[in-house]
Design a protein around this ligand. Structure first.
Ligand SMILES: CCC(=O)NCCS(=O)(=O)O
Length: 349
């Protein structure tokens, strides 16, 4: 049995799972999203260059990916530190920080934030989507990729001794590319060796989550220890959602706080409101999936920080939980979603 077995691995070391408390399973504390810059709507080019001031925040909420400065969360460590202190005050215990290779993972900053705030931080191993894979990464064999991921969990990542406690978010698009498929296979092989949690960023198509599960399963992955992220912008039909739920992964609704009219990466998608997200959670609970739901905000742009009038990392605890209770999800079920499910997922086998 490995020393990791029965434990959760944070950036400050191993933890007894009972110490985690309320957990957001998909956040970013420091990263760059420059890889996914999206040009502003025609005519708005000048607006996109506006300074970060209150009167421009509505435009940024609608067009978060069209302003270069907004994509640099890594410039906001002081604000994020304040946010984490507020998160603790609001009853939060742990944050899974899924920044992977390709979007400026910064483990020393995560370690410092955990030390400064007392929030447990679990860091992510592995690779983001294809467009961030280097030429060297694309040439690697599945075995080499597996070795790198395993080493990030067992020994530390990015030249540090800071160890990752989860594999992911592993980035995939639609269709899934050859390089992403290799990374998925490596993820499954590493998970089989380590008995660790995995988290996936699926492509923006309702068929994408099931296709990822198929690839992971075929390579020996453990779907019962895998979170499928971003379901709020991926699967919209109740029947399709239940079909996917049967495959046995955790079901993550992680864009709480994101409300926008036009989702630039896929204009077919009507981004749900927070009320609609809560409605979907209530539906999944009614259908018997209360042990498989996890939630988060996936903060990855500056405008979502309270410093800039955003909702911050405490939005779920402060605003969404009361709404969940109002919509028939019991306190016991809320505790499963915020505490028990993340704990079970994050504990090494
Ligand atoms: C790195 C952050 C991330 O991948 N967020 C998901 C954005 S979206 O695909 O849901 O738009």
């Amino acid at each position: 049995m490995s020393e990791l077995s029965g434990k959760v691995q944070t950036v400050l070391g191993l933890l007894d799972p009972d110490q985690l408390g309320r957990t957001m399973t998909h956040e970013h504390l420091t990263m760059s999203f420059e890889c996914c810059y999206f040009p502003p709507p025609p005519g708005d080019e000048a607006v996109a260059e506006n300074p970060f001031q209150m009167q421009h925040m509505h435009w940024l909420r609608q067009n978060p990916y069209s302003c270069h400065e907004n994509l640099l969360l890594l410039q906001e460590t002081a604000a994020v530190r304040d946010e984490l202190l507020a998160y603790r005050k609001a009853g939060g215990g742990t944050i899974v920080e899924n920044t992977t290779m390709g979007i400026d993972r910064d483990l020393p900053t995560l370690k410092q934030l955990a030390k400064d705030t007392g929030v447990h931080v679990v860091a992510g191993a592995g690779y983001y989507v294809d467009c961030t894979h280097t030429e060297a990464t694309k040439k690697m064999s599945v075995e080499k990729l597996t070795d790198i991921i395993v080493s990030e969990v067992l020994h530390g990542a990015d030249g540090t001794d800071i160890r990752c406690g989860v594999i992911g978010e592993i980035g995939t698009g639609w269709p899934i590319t050859e390089s992403e498929t290799k990374v998925l296979r490596a993820t499954a092989h590493a998970q089989a060796q380590l008995g660790c949690p995995v988290i996936i960023h699926p492509g923006r198509n309702p068929a994408a989550p099931a296709e990822v599960v198929r690839i992971l399963q075929e390579a020996g992955g453990d779907i019962s220890k895998t979170v499928m992220s971003h379901l709020d912008r991926t699967i919209f039909d109740d029947g399709e959602l239940l079909e996917f739920a049967k495959l046995g992964s955790y079901l993550e609704y992680d864009l709480f706080g994101t409300e926008m009219l036009n989702y630039p990466y896929n204009l077919e998608v009507d981004m749900p409101s927070d009320s609609q997200r809560v409605k979907t959670l209530a539906f999944l609970v009614k259908e018997g999936y209360e042990d498989m739901i996890v939630v988060a905000h996936d903060i990855h742009t500056k405008n979502r920080l309270t410093k800039y009038g955003g909702h911050g990392y405490s939005h779920i605890l402060k605003n969404i939980v009361p709404k969940m209770l109002m919509r028939g999800i019991s306190q016991h079920q809320v505790d499963k979603i915020l505490i028990d499910n993340p704990k079970r997922w994050l504990t090494f086998k």
